[in-house]
Design a protein around this ligand. Sequence first.
Ligand code: ADP
Ligand code: ASP
Ligand code: MG
Length: 406
Amino acid sequence: MHKGLIVQKFGGSSVANVERIQNVAKRVTSYRKNRFDLVVVVSALGDTTDELIELAAQINTEPSEREMDMLLSTGEQISVALLAMAIHKLGYEAISFTGAQVGIITDTSHTRARIVKINGDRIKEELKKGKIVIVAGFQGMTLNQDITTLGRGGSDLTAVALAKELKANACEIYTDVEGIYTTDPRIEPKAKKIKEVTYDEMLEMASLGAQVMQARSIEVAKKFDVPIHVRSSFLDKPGTMIIKEVKRMEDVLVSGITLNKNEAKITICDVPDKPGIAAKIFNELSSSGVSVDMIVQNVSHIRSTDISFTINKAELPKTIKIVKKAAKNIEAGEVLKDEDIARVSIVGVGMKSHSGVAAKMFETLAHNKINIEMISTSDISISCIIQKKFAETAVRSLHEKFGLGK
Ligand code: ADP
Ligand code: ASP
Ligand code: MG
């Protein structure tokens, strides 16, 4: 008699060394003992992915994206094999697979591929034989059999997509913190674990820098209503449920603070103040696959203006090249870059129906003598770009000001 299927995902820090891999094997087999079918998704060991990126950069600063995927996917291939061996050692049956082997088919956008479909037959076959199935996270294959990866943190997406495809009874994300907190507990030790959070809030927090879940995995979870349990891989304690709806007597005003230090700011000076100019610049960027985040255009007094925007730091060399060329074409001035910035954001569904939240945020930053360089807002969040050296102070003071430590 089987109790149902659980998809469990273990992140890089949960499999960082031999002892931790053995711990994961123990946890997985304890569920097996309790007669659950298990599909286990694993990330690359510790910082392997970062180390591989670093290694590639030593060979070529602008490596081909196809070859990057070929390289990065090896990290996860190591973990699945080692975990299978650790499970065998405990006397259980397990079999490991790459993304391609279990039919995770993606589009061709290397390094950020989207899952098109999953052919779950092989997994089902092995589950039927009583095996624990271990799948390499973060990777798939195009119809042309090229290996792709799903964007940083993409093992979360592998887990959610498999949970949906296999109609799992639960999707558990095991990580190095006990769940989702009001802010990164590494920055603010007073951060509180949240019991339940909605897909919308989590999506906003993830998009704004809360690394704990990959944003795209939450998009998929929301679309197919896959509840996610984020919990500790070291402690046996309930974590945070990410679900459709949370019943609170009243919406909380701000439920989390996020920080993103992975963005860079670019400013194009003296851009002619004429229709169509912004379109020209941003068309060039989008057709090269650069996604632009915040954009600010200053009001001009002398028929020219400065345009600033932020992008992911990883895309800086590529972006600078494109923008310098575009600036020349439109007869704009200098192109400046600033990598020492941070985006600090407050997130909460309660903001929709309350005013004064932005003012409170700006006041808190001003009180700490932190200058705001750019601002952007959504329905349920407000973000400010500030100098990176103030990032942690900003997070802690906002956490305190909005009463999140209580
Ligand atoms: P994994 O290797 O398990 O995928 P990640 O490093 O991707 O783990 O994500 C876990 C980390 O996310 C935590 O160690 C924590 O520092 C960070 N983090 C950022 N914001 C939050 C938050 N609001 N709640 C919990 N963790 C957060
Ligand atoms: N190993 C990949 C990364 O570091 C995928 C993941 O950890 O989810 O981004
Ligand atoms: Mg992660």
